[in-house]
Design a protein around this ligand. Structure first.
Ligand SMILES: C[S@@+](CC[C@H](N)C(=O)[O-])C[C@H]1O[C@@H](n2cnc3c(N)ncnc32)[C@H](O)[C@@H]1O
Length: 688
């Protein structure tokens, strides 16, 4: 993605220094949604003080799908934008004429090269420059109240410069503390945590007892995922006379940081998840989902021994149902209205990734560990110290200071086109039901896409040992089987209820690999023996047995034939083949029930009882809501509440109460796939 296109009038004089483009249009990056934001620009030569710098003055923002506030934040009206440090050669490399002609397009390949120099037009800047520190502070306060936080950052910065330059900062120490503290608040509101942290540290160096700076330092640390340091700071803040403590905000923040600390170190999410899963209010829309910390205590990245590149591995023994990993999306976008398309959502995600990398070198380093489409066989194993909460606290060091801000590392490192390739390779879109996403199944089809860092290292297996629940930005992974320390952790990238012959094999090849899991190996071994059955199965499945009773009868007839082929197989092999052709068994039992009293073509007893098929399904695809639905609704396996709860337990580590609540919703038919299925059946006159 990540192109910035600028259309410049042909009358513009070319070259770098002293060149002038007038009335150009800049269209910020988003190749996935190329025309999302347009900002009118005037390009102007710089004065020569900064030699190779082109300055762009933005006139106005226009024609955008994006909310005006986002456009203004990126390219505010009147702002001065530049490409710092470019040589003439760099400049022509990065700004490419797309369509030479009367209205040529220019493309900036690396949008992070674009820096906003000033949030105010030059005429206003002249006025500001003549103001004293107190007037600048007042202007900063005014723009803060107007919610122009970028502008306020600039004004407080000018105020700080004036105070420091005044010679004896001691005289103005109080004003300086206030200016740093105010700017820190702007940084917090802009999500620039490290800069907020830096400003609070500076304020506290001048006045170690400044309560507001201390509170904001705690908040910055919380957002930097340094929960234990945040708790230390906030505990001390509570003892100070902090004006923001009215209404208990310090105590509230401290409570939140303590909760996040327990979550991140102990995996203590029980109540959080239960509340989310059982309260219709809290989970109605993913947008409102509560925030939580990340948890990655039991996992590590290692090289796989079987050529899959890197993978995620367990560092300790984990019982089925236990929590393995919680990861917050690095960037994510949700379907908001009918105008949204998947491409536009993808464009938003990549834009967010680029912006995060521009703000934080740490984020850039983390993202850079992921493969893009041109690096499928990457073998470098990144250090776990790049990921996860409480890193500085663990290492006993100060948290990263300003050096993490991208302006101090190579801007060229933020290659937006590569970031888009990474997203397209490892991003996750909720486009179906193939993940065992219980929460989404319960709350409704919530369409979104995003990028999660550590989960991007999890390889695929059709015999996977993890299930996933998405709660807002957080992806929760639970063990669906007992896992030993050193085992590889896997998820299914596809619907693991498909058979190898029908879909699974092709779908894995679409991802660019062949799966060698034990299910695939057994199914491949039986491929020849079961060829005829398999082709009738595929034909009738594709024809949609569910809607056509004839197809259902064909499928039902296959179940005894499959049983004949696998009669001498081991239990595990039987389970695998039964699961692969489960629709035949389901049809068999449906046929027996629906044809009671009429001519029964098949006889009970030729295939295993439903409870045995339930064992097969739970052996191959445990911890998946679709498995449980299938057992209950299609195989008519009577599920005791306690069975149900223990099975749900392997999906989301929940207790009986939650299981009961989920069961009620299931009974009420409010699971989205049930609603869809009911509609489909009603359309065909099979159900009212
Ligand atoms: C999301 S990444 C997983 C992490 C990746 N292995 C790495 O080294 O960064 C997905 C890629 O991993 C590889 N992969 C995942 N599951 C695999 C499997 N079962 N067999 C072979 N390759 C697999 C494929 O190259 C796939 O495109």
């Amino acid at each position: 993605m990540a192109d910035v296109q600028a259309a410049a009038a042909t009358s513009s004089r070319s070259g770098l220094c002293g060149e002038l483009f007038h009335d150009a249009f800049l269209i910020p990056w988003s190749p996935s949604a190329p025309l999302r934001v347009c900002v009118g620009l005037q390009l102007q030569a710089d004065s020569g003080v900064r030699y190779n710098r082109v300055t762009l003055h933005i006139h106005h923002a226009a024609s955008s799908d994006t909310p005006p506030s986002s456009v203004q934040r990126l390219y505010p009206k009147g702002a001065m934008v530049s490409f710092p440090g470019l040589s003439a050669k760099d400049f022509s490399n990065r700004l490419v004429h797309r369509e030479p002609g009367t209205f040529p397009f220019l493309t900036v390949k690396v949008p992070s090269m674009l820096q906003v120099l000033s949030f105010f037009p030059p005429t206003v800047m002249v006025t500001f420059q003549s103001m004293d520190s107190s007037q600048l502070k007042d202007q900063g306060n005014y723009h803060f109240r107007q919610k122009n936080y970028d502008g306020a950052v600039q004004l407080y910065g000018m105020c700080i410069d004036k105070l420091v330059a005044s010679g004896d900062p001691a005289i103005d120490a109080k004003s300086l503390v206030l200016a740093y503290c105010n700017r820190a608040q702007c940084f917090l509101l802009l999500g620039r945590w490290i800069e907020a942290y830096d400003d609070c540290i500076k304020a506290l160096e001048l006045d170690p007892h400044h309560g507001k700076s201390s509170f904001r330092l705690g908040k910055a640390l919380h957002h930097m995922q340094e929960y234990s340091l945040a708790c230390d700071v906030l505990e001390k803040t509570g003892e100070r006379n902090c004006p923001e403590n009215t209404g208990g905000v310090v105590a509230e923040q401290l409570e939140k940081s303590r909760t996040f600390l327990a979550q991140s170190t102990l995996g203590n999410y029980g109540e959080f998840l239960q509340k989310y899963l059982t309260s219709a209010e809290s989970c109605k829309a993913g947008h409102n989902a509560p925030e939580c910390s990340e948890y990655l205590e039991p996992v590590a990245i290692r090289l796989t021994p079987d050529g899959k590149g890197r993978g995620l591995f367990a560092t300790k023994d984990l019982k089925a149902g236990s929590l393995v990993l919680v990861s917050n999306a690095m960037a994510m976008a949700r379907w908001k209205n009918s105008k949204d398309t998947f491409r536009s959502l993808q464009g938003d995600v990549v834009t967010e990734l680029v912006q995060r990398c521009m703000r934080s070198k740490a984020d850039l380093q983390r993202l850079d560990t992921l493969p893009d489409s041109s690096q499928s066989k990457r073998t470098d194993v990144p250090s776990m110290s790049l990921f996860g909460p409480n890193q500085a606290a663990r290492a006993g060091v100060e948290p990263p200071q300003g050096h993490a801000i991208i302006r101090d590392c190579q801007l060229e490192d933020v290659d937006a086109e590569r970031i888009e390739r990474i997203f397209l390779t490892t991003g996750y879109a909720s486009d179906g039901e193939h993940r065992s996403d219980l929460a989404r199944a319960l709350i409704g089809a919530d369409l979104f896409c995003g990028l999660w860092l550590l989960p991007s290292f999890i390889n695929h297996s059709c015999f996977s040992n993890l299930s996933q629940i998405d709660v807002g930005r957080a992806a929760f992974f639970h063990a669906t089987r007992d896992i030993n320390a050193g085992d590889e952790l896997t998820v299914s990238y596809i619907d693991a209820h498909d058979s190898w012959a029908l879909y699974r094999r092709q779908r894995c090849s679409q991802f660019g690999f062949e799966c060698h899991c034990k299910r695939c190996a057994v199914e491949a071994a039986y491929d020849e023996k079961i060829k005829h059955i398999s082709s009738v199965y595929t034909e009738n499945m594709v024809y949609n047995s569910f809607i056509d009773p004839g197809a259902q009868r064909f499928l039902a007839g296959l179940a005894p034939q499959i049983e004949a082929v696998i009669q001498d197989a081991s239990d595990e092999e039987k389970y695998i083949i039964q699961t692969a052709y489960i629709a035949a068994y389901v049809s068999y039992y449906m046929e027996i029930r629906s044809s009671a009293g009429s001519s029964i073509l098949i006889h009970e007893g030729e295939v295993p009882p439903p409870a045995s098929l339930a064992r097969a399904l739970r052996f191959c695809v445990p911890g998946h809501y679709k498995t449980i639905c299938r057992l209950r609704d299609e195989l008519y396996v009577p599920l005791e509440v306690s069975d149900f709860c223990s099975w749900i337990g392997s999906d989301c580590g929940q207790n009986e109460q939650t299981g009961l609540e989920l069961l009620r919703r299931m009974e009420a038919g409010t699971w989205p796939w049930q609603i869809r299925m009911n509609k489909q059946m009603a359309q065909h006159g099979l159900r009212n």
